[in-house]
Write a protein that binds this ligand. Structure first.
Ligand code: SF4
Length: 516
């Protein structure tokens, strides 16, 4: 039964939060914050409204002292130097100088108060950035190829397409009450730079001969997502030309809104509907809604590079290069973010790019300026040639700020990586992802080694520990290796022993591994 009919006839079945959403649109919170709560203060905010603050892109953080996390959408991970400077200034003014790059290419602040929000919204809007709907049950930050426009391998530059889809959905009240979040990915890079299979809706590169002409377009995957019950997205048998991407995205969001599950929050993502319907039925519904689409063409995904770009690489534009930098566990200071903006202007094309591996890229650097850029003091820490383990370590927010976390993650991840870099030499780079709870914001299921925070009993009381999973990967399209989630290992390792245990595990791997 479609959404409207469902809640009118049978609203008793809705989850408690769905009932709140029936009374108020989350987007109303933006005006309420600006006109009311920013003046009346944190204590004036009713609990229901506080839950709906997510639509403004803010969550209450830990410790619960009236402070908030704010997430800012960076479409396809590409921002101008002015935008980066604005983010740095917000961080400096209100966020105690922290700015985290997330695994969805967004930028997060911490320590904000409700009084800060109107000025922050204004500063963001002045440079064309928004936190709106970066959280909440709505279409979220659209991830994409951070190399769009400078990528010698991409089939087409997808930046304008991502902007078009983003503009359609942000603040669109037709889609501001979905059953849960809708995560989209749009990329024409053959190395799966936007992690297609773990998105609710993904557009991946493809070609098809139509009327005797080879047309560049997209294949479509639906129903991916991680958290406690991870699903890989399923392929639909359709080919989509760039002009129809928005129509398909609107169609998928419409089906999700009208038929997605709303009884239980943990069973409401699109992945559960797709698992029940199957790809074929979903495709039929989509075509019924938006009109006919041709069947799949030739898949152009050829591998997965896990969104790591470290080092200096030539662009298709003659004489220009992009430089991939390591941002350890995605954490920047305000000064570093402002410093990246300065370097982008002084040496590059004035853009700062963020990746799903929580790192950064400077682009448009002429051949004769590369050495000077590499000598910049900022690149000592944000290195293009960081040591192997720290260069491949990803970590979620953890219990420093996240109310759901069981353990500290970012500092722990850095110390594990530093230990392994000091004690172990391998001829390949191992991707280590550390998360603080089963929600998997740090994407442990796609890691070579995934660590999930847990607690163990000790004589001294409860202590931090980790569950391990190994061997996760995303896929390489029709012809490449298949995606598979990391396999959980038995046992739970106290956090104090985890670095040594990983050293042993990796030594075993080094000595025992077989071809492929
Ligand atoms: Fe918080 Fe869990 Fe997400 Fe980490 S994975 S940021 S602990 S909700």
């Amino acid at each position: 039964m479609a959404y409207e009919a469902f809640w009118k006839e049978d609203s008793d079945k809705l989850s408690a939060f769905e009932k709140v959403k029936l009374q108020k649109d989350g987007l109303d919170m933006i005006r309420a914050i600006i006109e009311r709560y920013a003046h009346q203060g944190f204590d004036s905010i009713p609990a229901d409204d506080l839950d709906l603050f997510k639509w403004a892109g803010v969550y209450q953080q830990k410790p619960k002292t009236g402070h908030f996390m704010m997430r800012v959408r960076i479409n396809t991970g590409i921002m101008t130097s002015d935008q980066a400077r604005t983010l740095a200034e917000i961080s400096r003014l209100y966020g105690r100088g922290l700015a985290d790059i997330t695994t969805r290419q967004a930028v997060q602040f911490h320590w904000l108060t409700v009084e800060n929000f109107p000025d922050i919204f204004k500063r963001l809007e002045e440079v064309g950035l928004y936190s709106f709907e970066a959280c909440g049950d709505c279409p979220r930050t659209i991830v994409g190829n951070p190399l769009a426009g400078i990528d010698k391998d991409e089939l087409l530059d997808t930046k304008a397409l991502v902007d078009e889809v983003n503009s359609f959905f942000v603040l669109n009240r037709d889609f501001s009450n979905l059953p849960r979040k809708l995560k989209m990915s749009i990329s024409a890079n053959p190395y799966n730079n936007a992690h297609a299979e773990i998105n609710d809706l993904a557009f991946t590169p493809a070609v098809k001969v139509i009327d005797g002409q080879e047309v560049v377009g997209f294949h479509v995957m639906v129903g991916g997502g991680l958290s406690a019950k991870p699903h890989l997205a399923q392929k639909l048998d359709i080919f989509v030309v760039p002009d129809k991407v928005l129509r398909v995205a609107e169609g998928v969001a419409t089906i999700f809104r009208d038929f997605g599950y709303r009884e239980k929050r943990n069973h409401a993502r699109l992945k559960f509907l797709i698992a029940d319907w199957g790809a074929e039925k979903f495709k039929d519904r989509l075509i019924e809604l938006i009109g006919d689409l041709p069947p799949r063409g030739e898949d152009k995904t050829a591998g997965w590079q896990a969104a790591f770009f470290d080092g200096v690489h030539p662009q298709p534009q003659p004489g220009l290069n992009y430089v991939g930098l390591n941002v350890p566990v995605g954490r920047l200071s305000a000064d570093e973010l402002a410093g990246l903006a300065e370097l982008a202007d002084a040496f590059g094309d004035g853009t700062v790019r963020t990746t799903m591996s929580q790192n950064a890229i400077l682009s448009g650097v002429p051949d004769d300026k590369v050495d000077e850029l590499l000598a910049a003091p900022l690149l000592q820490r944000l290195s293009p040639s960081a040591k192997p383990f720290i260069s491949r370590t990803v970590a979620c927010t953890g219990n420093e700020f996240c109310n759901l976390a069981l353990v500290e993650t970012k500092k722990r991840a850095v110390s594990i990586a530093e230990y392994l870099d000091e004690h172990l030499e391998l001829d390949e780079k191992i991707r280590l992802h550390v998360i603080g709870c089963p929600n998997a914001c740090g994407q442990k299921q796609i890691a070579d080694i995934g660590l999930q925070g847990a607690l163990v009993k000790t004589p001294e009381g409860m202590a931090e520990a980790f569950d391990l999973a190994i061997g996760g990967t995303l896929g390489g399209g029709d012809a490449g290796p298949a995606a598979k989630f990391a396999l959980p290992l038995k046992g739970r390792v106290p956090a104090s022993e985890i670095a040594g245990v990983l050293e042993q595990l990796l030594l075993f791997y080094k000595n025992e591994r077989q071809e492929d």
